[in-house]
Design a protein around this ligand. Structure first.
Ligand code: ZN
Length: 417
């Protein structure tokens, strides 16, 4: 079969126009965007997407979670569709490209197929997943985790936002709006042929390498721990050194030992203590209790398991005569994307970018859930200084275009197999 050359035909200016248009939905002054999941702006973004799809002859669907799909029919409509996309919701003060670029890149692929008058053998769908960010309703990735059977509907819809609004109530309004605008209701998930997600890197690696695109070969796993060190509160001035059971001292020694254990591992390991509190939190009282959290990340499950065992061993010991409780509050296993898709991405990327870098995602994305239902992989494009979740987030138009061309060529490969 002759090649369509989708990537070469892709209209970079049109993609950038779409990026600018989407950035105005929920746009902040002087810059940045706010599209919280299921708010008015987020819903407007869905409707805009559906409208664009309609103009391309695509059908627009929504499901029980408000995930929106644009479907370009294939010659064999019974085949599982290739799915491309990301999310349109944002953090409260965000940049315009986190998530949106991945959806608009998918739209750009549909526009190219339409412009070239191509009907693929297999259907292709572009998706905007509901509430990836978790900024309004925590936790995030609601739409994709439900679609992939990783989280239950009942659990998701009972989340409450800061104003006391239930996820389920905001969702009901959203679904009514989508229905009223002519989108078709397709309530249940389906099994896609494969899922591709283009996303901004949200880290500094590609920019430092001067590369417009990177192949993401997996997403690192995360363990969260809640640690409590229990000592004895007493007078700061009158308690002799040998009688002190200072929870701060215990925590300090324990953290030093935990940190030392992590330094025995490779450079990919991330160990973060993001919260730390003392009780009773008084200037002239020895701390009775220290509590802190650990966020531990690595691409290898073996490394996470080794450290998990080591952390529990260390927590069995006494530190400055204090006892320790260490509890796991969350575990997400690392994901490695399958070679069949990585090879397709490498080959496409090689056409536009020699020595295309490969990297592991440090952040979660919708793709981490899709791996449970179909072959899944991701592309990254750089963002300036690695900044995201902030109005200063910035990407270069040429980088975004090249990354989207790679996505388009990979789509072509996957639609023909
Ligand atoms: Zn994102």
């Amino acid at each position: 079969m002759s090649r369509w050359l989708l990537g070469e035909h892709l209209d970079g200016q049109r993609l950038w126009d779409d990026v600018r248009t989407m950035a105005r939905i929920g746009g902040l002054e002087p810059k940045g965007i706010c599209r919280l999941a299921l708010d008015e702006q987020d819903n407007q973004a869905r409707l805009w997407l559906a409208e664009q799809g309609g103009a391309l002859g695509c059908s627009a669907y929504y499901d029980m979670l408000g995930n929106v799909f644009l479907r370009l029919e294939g010659r064999d409509s019974a085949l599982a569709p290739l799915l491309i996309g990301s999310h349109l919701d944002s953090q409260r003060r965000a940049g315009a490209h986190d998530g949106a670029l991945g959806v608009l890149a998918g739209l750009a692929v549909l526009r190219t197929l339409h412009d070239q008058n191509i009907t693929p053998h297999r259907p292709v769908e572009v998706v905007a997943w509901t509430n990836e960010e978790g900024a309004r309703f925590a936790p995030g990735a609601s739409g994709s985790s439900w679609f992939a059977g990783q989280r239950q509907y009942d659990e998701i819809v009972n989340a409450i936002d800061g104003q006391g609004i239930r996820f389920g109530d905001a969702l009901t309004q959203c679904l009514a709006l989508l229905g009223a605008h002519g989108l078709a209701y397709r309530p249940r998930p389906f099994v896609p042929h494969a899922f591709l997600e283009l996303h901004i890197e949200q880290g500094p690696i590609l920019e430092a390498l001067g590369k417009p695109v990177g192949v993401v070969n997996g997403i690192q796993g995360v363990n969260w721990y809640q640690v409590t060190v229990e000592g004895q509160a007493n007078h700061a001035g009158t308690t002799p050194r040998n009688a002190r059971r200072d929870a701060f001292d215990g925590a300090h020694e324990l953290i030093t030992a935990l940190k030392a254990a992590t330094l025995e591992q490779d450079d990919d390991l991330r160990f973060t203590i993001g919260t730390f509190a003392l009780w009773p939190d008084s200037v002239n009282t020895i701390a009775q209790r220290a509590t802190f959290t650990i966020d531990l990340r690595h691409p290898s499950q073996a490394v996470l398991s080794t450290l998990d065992a080591r952390f529990h061993e260390l927590a069995e010991q006494q530190w400055s005569s204090c006892s320790v409780s260490l509890k796991v509050s969350s575990r997400v296993a690392p994901v490695m994307f399958p070679d069949c898709l990585l090879d397709a991405l490498r080959e496409s990327a090689g056409r536009y970018c020699p020595d295309v870098p490969e990297l592991v995602s440090g952040a979660f994305h919708d793709a981490i859930h899709l791996v449970h239902v179909c072959p899944t992989a991701m592309l990254f494009t750089p963002c300036r200084a690695g900044i995201s979740h902030h109005p200063d987030e910035h990407i270069e138009r040429d980088d975004a275009t090249i990354a989207t061309r790679v996505l388009a060529d990979t789509t072509e490969t996957l639609l023909n197999c």
